[in-house]
Design a protein around this ligand. Structure first.
Ligand code: COA
Length: 175
């Protein structure tokens, strides 16, 4: 597979997934400083919004290098982007974060399924992986609903968290 060095716009019935821009930094900062969500996602909490420029530059650079594609999610009626979905092209791992105010509306399910379809149908991936802490019920339900199954349970030595590795083969997708 030749990794793309650009990020295609992706659409669903209700969402627009696009590349991050400077105007997305406030929405990113709000999500990134939600400590509970950051812990669930395994992300470091930034100390100030000035780190947003580093997030944006890193996100764009990883896309240019064909390492990881990261989309921000626009949702009608929301003033800011509502979350992100990322797909590592090195490990074929998917990750996602939605702002707390938008939880439970099916946004992550729609966005993740769209990115998975892009990965399987356009990039030719055979398998996509995910890693999550065992108590992350919403993520586990979302992934199971797509067809992911648990492939490994392990303890993260850095913090003692009980974690799961999950995997979805192209042939097992349920959407
Ligand atoms: C995980 C996360 C992205 C889900 O976003 P969302 O837009 O609320 O998800 P959806 O509305 O599409 O719901 C997905 C599933 O989770 C369930 N769910 C949503 N919120 C839930 C909650 N608080 N408790 C239990 N289940 C929940 C939904 O019912 C749905 O399951 P179903 O299809 O079997 O009914 C969001 O909670 C989040 O950003 N969490 C913090 C970061 C994180 O955990 N990232 C993933 C790391 S792998």
């Amino acid at each position: 597979m030749v990794p793309p060095n650009f990020l295609p716009d992706l659409r669903t019935a209700g969402l627009h997934l696009r590349g991050p821009e400077t105007r997305d930094i406030p929405g990113w900062y709000q999500r990134a400083t939600d400590r509970e969500a950051a812990a669930l996602a395994g992300d470091r909490v930034p100390e100030s919004i000035s780190e947003g420029a580093i997030w944006l530059a890193g996100s764009m650079e990883r896309t240019r290098a064909g390492e990881r594609l990261q989309w921000v999610i626009d949702c009608p009626g929301a003033a800011e982007n509502v979350g992100t979905v990322s797909l590592s092209l090195r490990t074929a791992e998917i990750s996602f974060v939605i702002g707390r105010a938008f939880w439970g509306r099916g946004i992550a399910t729609q966005a993740v399924r769209r990115v998975l379809a892009y990965g399987f149908d356009e990039l030719g991936l055979n398998v996509v992986r995910a890693e999550l802490v065992e108590g992350n019920i919403a993520s586990q339900r979302l992934l199971t609903g797509c067809g992911f199954r648990i492939t490994r349970r392990f303890v993260d030595e850095s913090d003692g968290a009980h974690c799961l590795k999950m995997q979805l083969s192209e042939t097992e997708r349920l959407f």
